[in-house]
Design a protein around this ligand. Structure first.
Ligand code: ACM
Length: 763
């Protein structure tokens, strides 16, 4: 019996994740055995380590001192000491791997490098209670860790996050906080997008106008303006980091085993630089300078002066950032100006380049040669494949995975960052109230499901995949708290994608571990998103009543809900069966843990006269914006306030909404309310005019009301109402004309505006 028990106590992790809630490590270690017993930290615990490992062990010393009041370096005498022995072991194969053995009176941590020791230390910290992250003394705690035997190493060597500090300047303190947080989850690269059209954030001593002009644009933080002219001081937005500050940041990150990779945009996204040094811009077809702001994604002219400028800048950059890799972008160049500018045309002739793609390739190769000559290597976005890849370049595959596949097939290193999985500027939930994001949906489970190695690659090509990176572009992110909301917890999921072997991943187990991990983030006041479970709410109409079904959370969690729009508490009703909505209501469904909302969803219902009536539409909605079906406009459910891609909004490109309701019998009405969507940047505009008609036979209609729709001053759902003298008819027809051509000065000017229509509530 005893033997059997001991055998069972050493079962591999997958069995124990569920049973032993005390072990909640993220990213999930690749080999772990949980044994019986604990190691208890006390004032008699001593730490042995070589001084060369000072940075690696520092978090253990500091956190135990701050939160537990335990001085691991104490020289005082103890009769019964316990020991933490930390040492380099060159026999361990992986550079970042570690071996951790915890028994009742000793912790042994070994690794080949200091980085491996650092990751082992992070594991020890995650075995301790979450309160170890507190910066103040926590009383009445038992500081113990379970006995485990762990052999762990990352799946990938590149485990990164990109922060765009160009679109919106982010304070250095925030970047350091991000470094701390990423290091806790064993990530090792922070890619800083330092320059873009909307701002230049790197101090240049050789080109000071970059910082005087290019670092400050006119405008508010939410827009993406490129206006560097006519700038009263009080409207300026921006800032830059001095070289000294950046050197200090590099040093700080390095102490957390994070390499900062700087990115300097070229040849496009260069408006900030071109506003500062207009002589580097292309000329128009008449040989004149382009006016600024011109249009997004403007390129540098390919004359020698530009290369001198960029090489000087890169020299300054390489002086500040010791990273082996320097990101030189290469993305989204329209190359239109190159087709017109005499200097670029001359360059193409001289170099025998057939088209502007080859000119781009010439540009990147020339820069690569300069960078290689300094002993460094370039990374570029996947567009650098166009016209031929530079010989030693690493490709960051963002537009999808094809760029990564092509580059790996050409035996180039690749970092996978496809937008469908790794773009954290996208929405993570379609719940109402989300902060404005950049279209589309990249949910937590979607991030977690990502496998960076494309199935298309042959076995000998797979080794070129270095890892995955999450990208936060900040056009819509003016402040750190919003950046945190977009990064966390998606970056936590990505950490596991990058570290943990696919066979050891399990989303349900991850969410359970994540709930514990969030307690750690609470100590850092991280404004993480609370869409952990992706609660699902579906509706159906039964006898003209809305029936709501909730789901999407793991079996061991319950959903509380309210119907009056208030936030649920643990006293609110628990969802057990479909809810019948008999009158207009707002449901809020939430998963709670110790009073904290882990996930929440809200939806409103309007039970008006037309709910569930047969309807016809003259033109069907666009197939991509018809998720709720052709009768979603009378299903009693209101659409999202901030997004038009849910089940309730219906969308048409350049066509009117023209819908007729058949009440079955003569019915008296006097008004309707609906909502149109306004999001000019996405080509979406409210209707121009609404006409209401009635009919007794469904053939001959007469107009009973007409009203123009004002263009709202804010984006998102725009309410509209119209009334008429009481009218009794069987048919009611509602026609909403689209705006027509998008007005000049707006995104998509001259093209047809999209029209989006929500529930049409008839009274
Ligand atoms: C990118 O998103 N333009 C790399």
């Amino acid at each position: 019996m005893k033997k059997l028990f001991l055998g069972l106590s050493a079962i591999l992790i997958n069995y124990f994740v569920v049973a032993q809630t005390a072990v909640n490590i993220i990213p999930q270690p690749n080999e772990m055995v949980i044994n019986k017993g604990n190691f208890i930290f006390s004032s008699c615990t001593r730490l042995q380590f070589d001084v060369s490992l000072k940075d690696a062990v520092e978090p253990l010393i500091t956190k135990l001192s701050n939160a537990a009041g335990i001085d691991l370096l104490s020289k005082s005498n103890c009769t019964k000491k316990t020991l933490i022995a930390i040492a380099i072991d060159k026999t361990i194969l992986n550079d970042e791997g570690y071996q951790l053995n915890i028994i009742a009176n000793e912790i042994s941590l070994k690794a080949k490098t200091a980085a491996g020791i650092f990751y082992g230390v992070q594991t020890i910290l995650q075995l301790l209670p979450a309160a170890i992250e507190s910066d103040s003394l926590q009383k009445n705690m038992q500081w113990s860790v379970p006995c485990v035997a762990i052999k762990d190493q990352p799946r990938f060597g590149y485990r990164g996050i990109m922060l765009d500090v160009a679109r919106n300047y982010m304070p250095l303190e925030f970047i350091k906080k991000l470094v701390d947080l990423l290091s806790m989850q064993k990530m090792n690269r922070l890619h800083l997008h330092l320059t873009d059209g909307q701002g230049w954030r790197f101090e240049s001593k050789k080109y000071p106008e970059l910082n005087k002009i290019g670092s400050y644009r006119k405008g508010t933080s939410l827009n993406t303006t490129y206006d560097y002219n006519s700038r009263p001081a009080d409207t300026l937005n921006g800032g830059y980091y001095t070289q000294e500050q950046l050197k200090e940041l590099v040093k700080y990150a390095s102490s957390k085993f994070i390499t900062i990779i700087p990115e300097i945009e070229m040849p496009a996204h260069s408006e900030a630089a071109l506003a500062s040094y207009p002589q580097l811009a292309c000329l128009d077809s008449n040989g004149n300078a382009f006016p600024y702001p011109q249009k997004i994604q403007n390129e540098y002219c390919t004359k020698d002066e530009t290369f001198k400028f960029l090489e000087d800048i890169l020299e300054e950059v390489m002086d500040v950032f010791p990273s082996k890799y320097i990101h030189i972008a290469g993305d989204e160049a329209s190359k239109e100006n190159w087709k017109k500018c005499k200097y670029d045309q001359q360059r193409m002739k001289e170099e025998g380049l057939k088209n502007v793609d080859e000119l781009q390739s010439y540009f990147i190769k020339r820069i690569e040669k300069f960078v290689n000559n300094k002993g460094r290597f370039i990374i570029g976005w996947d567009e650098i494949l166009q016209g031929g890849l530079a010989p030693n370049a690493t490709v960051m595959s963002w537009t999808g995975i094809d760029g990564g596949i092509k580059a790996a097939q050409q035996h180039h290193n690749v970092i996978m960052t496809p937008e469908a999985y790794c773009y954290f500027d996208r929405y993570q939930s379609d719940a109402p109230g989300e902060q404005v994001a950049f279209c589309c949906m990249v949910t937590l489970p979607k991030v977690y499901s990502y496998d960076p190695v494309p199935a298309e690659l042959k076995d000998d090509e797979k080794k070129y995949i270095q890892g995955a990176q999450g990208n936060l572009w900040t056009e819509y992110i003016p402040v750190p708290s919003k950046a945190e909301y977009m990064i966390f917890p998606r970056a936590v999921a990505l950490a596991e994608v990058d570290w943990t072997e696919t066979s050891n991943k399990n989303y349900e187990a991850f969410t359970e571990r994540l709930i514990h991990y969030l307690q750690r983030l609470n100590y850092y006041h991280v404004n993480y998103s609370r869409h952990l479970f992706d609660i699902k709410l579906s509706t159906s109409l039964i006898n003209k009543k809305v029936v709501v079904v909730l789901g999407g959370v793991p079996k061991n969690h319950i959903i509380h809900y309210t119907l009056d729009g208030s936030t649920p508490t643990e006293q609110s009703p628990v969802y057990t069966k479909p809810i019948s909505i008999n009158e207009s209501a707002t449901i809020i469904a939430a998963v709670l843990q110790n009073g904290t909302v882990l996930d929440q969803l809200k939806k409103s219902f309007n039970l008006h006269k037309a709910v569930g009536m047969p309807v016809t539409l003259q033109a069907a909605p666009d197939k991509d914006y018809n998720k709720g079906g052709n009768s979603a406009w009378v299903n009693g459910c209101l659409g999202n306030d901030e997004q038009f891609s849910d089940d309730e909004w219906l969308g048409w490109e350049g066509k009117p909404f023209d819908g007729t309701i058949d009440f079955g019998t003569a019915t008296t009405t006097d008004s309707l309310q609906t909502r149109f969507f306004q999001k000019a940047n996405s080509w979406v505009w409210v209707a121009k005019k609404v006409t209401v008609q009635t009919s007794d036979d469904g053939k001959i209609f007469k107009t009973i009301a007409e009203k123009n729709v004002p263009i709202p001053s804010h984006d998102n759902a725009a309410p509209f109402s119209i009334s008429w003298p009481k009218n009794t008819s069987r048919y009611l027809r509602v026609i909403a004309e689209p705006l027509g051509k998008i007005p000049a000065g707006n995104t998509g000017a001259g093209d047809e505006a999209w029209l989006f229509v929500d529930e049409v509530s008839v009274y």
